[in-house]
Write a new protein. Structure first.
Length: 221
């Protein structure tokens, strides 16, 4: 029998270059016909943006928020989002069959001055990268690896889940081959730019718990 673990967001952050956040945790699992509802208690969350110098983020600001920004939309800032999920509910000897990261797109995009606006109908391509910095919630910058996942939104896309296949990455986390420091979501190189706005995905502080980020893992015991 294939089991399913629905892992709800444990750490999240939206920023431009540095990656730093407080923690917010909740977890849900289901196996067979039984299911336990995710923990939806309110925890601390922070999103961050930075003013860029030529090669170093000069100033960072930590803000509470219910959105994860991806893309530009400001003259001097590009937003990226970092997420970390606990995988402790997956048995250590399990074989990961499939794993998917899902973020909800509702047509809301980044606007100047940390505001939001309706998206203009453009399509978007998103890259997903493993984060190598263990303490990105405190460090000024975070090291991340090559792109390991890709997802896209077509022009004039309706509200929907944006889904990344992260099977190999989660399998590495589960086996201990790679430390689980979370993932970074950004517009792909060539599309990411100061003038190119991108989506504001609901975060783990979203009032609608059904649209919060989630990692779903199918595994064999």
């Amino acid at each position: 029998m294939t089991h399913v673990a629905a892992l709800w967001l444990c750490e999240t952050c939206s920023d431009c270059s540095c990656v730093c956040c407080a923690r917010v945790c909740g977890r849900g699992t289901c196996s067979g016909d039984s299911q336990r509802r995710p923990d939806t208690r309110r925890r601390r969350f922070a999103s961050v943006w930075c003013d860029w110098g030529y090669d170093w983020p000069e100033r960072c600001y930590r803000l509470d928020g219910a959105r994860l920004g991806v893309g530009g939309g400001e003259p001097d800032k590009v937003w990226r989002s970092a997420l970390r999920f606990s995988t402790s509910t997956i048995p250590s000897a399990a074989t990961v069959v499939t794993a998917e990261l899902s973020l909800w797109y509702d047509g809301t995009c980044v606007a100047p001055r940390s505001r939001s606006k309706p998206c203009d109908g453009r399509g978007f391509d998103f890259g997903l990268h493993p984060i190598f910095t263990p303490r990105w919630s405190a460090d000024r910058e975070a090291e991340y690896g090559p792109q390991v996942g890709f997802a896209s939104l077509d022009p004039l896309a309706a509200p929907q889940w944006v889904v990344w296949d992260v099977t190999d990455l989660v399998a590495d986390w589960s086996s201990g081959g790679l430390q689980n420091n979370g993932v970074l979501v950004k517009l792909v190189d060539g599309q990411e730019d100061f003038a190119v706005s991108g989506p504001l995905f609901p975060s783990s502080r979203s009032a609608n718990t059904a649209t919060r980020p989630k990692l779903t893992v199918w595994y064999l015991p």
